[in-house]
Design a protein around this ligand. Structure first.
Ligand code: GRF
Length: 202
């Protein structure tokens, strides 16, 4: 079983999907051992507490530079002997210190079918607003490995969601979460943890 940390910045519905999947026996190779929030206000912290998962906060604003943030994060991940890192609505950028240490073992969920509507500046409702403005009829969610290119790492899984004529960014965001993200993320975490056990990473 791989030791997993979930990094969060917001409400944590994807974290909740992971907690529920674990409870329901859908992620037998993943053990959720740590939640790291980039803000003390993140609603995800309450979800971690309810589930009995240790949670820590590293505020990016408290760190003088990216490197200090990365060093503190890496220290924490090592302290908990983390093997797989999941970004579940984590809004801070990770620097090379963490990316190199966990190469091939950091996964992110993005609320569009990458490479559409991805990259710098595409986060939260902005992604869905851009999809509606472009008039796409199908959107969805992508789980991918994280590298130094924002939303540019190897795609692991995608799930499509139909756009409806009356959709607003808010309704589309909700449906993409319900119909794609919350199903996809636990499956992808299980996949990476399985690979990890098979000697996928050092
Ligand atoms: C999700 O839409 C996810 O795809 C994106 O950030 C959002 C996080 O939502 N990366 P939550 O905090 O998991 O509810």
């Amino acid at each position: 079983m791989s030791r997993v940390a979930v990094l969060v910045s917001g409400g944590g519905t994807n974290l909740q999907a992971l907690i529920d999947a674990r409870t329901n026996g859908e992620m037998p190779h993943a053990k959720l051992v740590l939640v790291v929030a980039s803000s003390g206000q993140a609603g995800a912290l309450q979800r971690a507490q309810r589930a009995g998962i240790p949670a820590r906060v590293i505020e990016r604003a408290d760190c003088a530079a990216q490197q200090e943030f990365d060093t503190r994060l890496l220290q924490l991940l090592r302290q908990y002997r983390i093997e797989v890192v999941v970004l579940a609505g984590f809004l801070s950028i990770l620097g090379p210190v963490v990316l190199n240490h966990y190469a091939g073992r950091i996964i992110n969920i993005h609320p569009s079918l990458l490479p559409a509507f991805g990259g710098q500046g595409f986060y939260g409702l902005r992604v869905h607003k851009a999809a509606l403005e472009r008039g796409v009829k199908i959107t969805g969610a992508t789980v991918h490995l994280v590298n130094e290119v924002v939303d540019g790492g190897e795609i692991l899984m995608q799930q499509a969601v139909a756009v409806q004529p009356q959709d607003t960014p808010e309704t589309l965001q909700r449906r993409v979460m319900e119909e794609a993200e919350w199903q996809l993320l636990p499956r992808a975490v299980e996949l990476v943890c399985q690979r990890q056990e098979g000697g996928y990473a050092d």
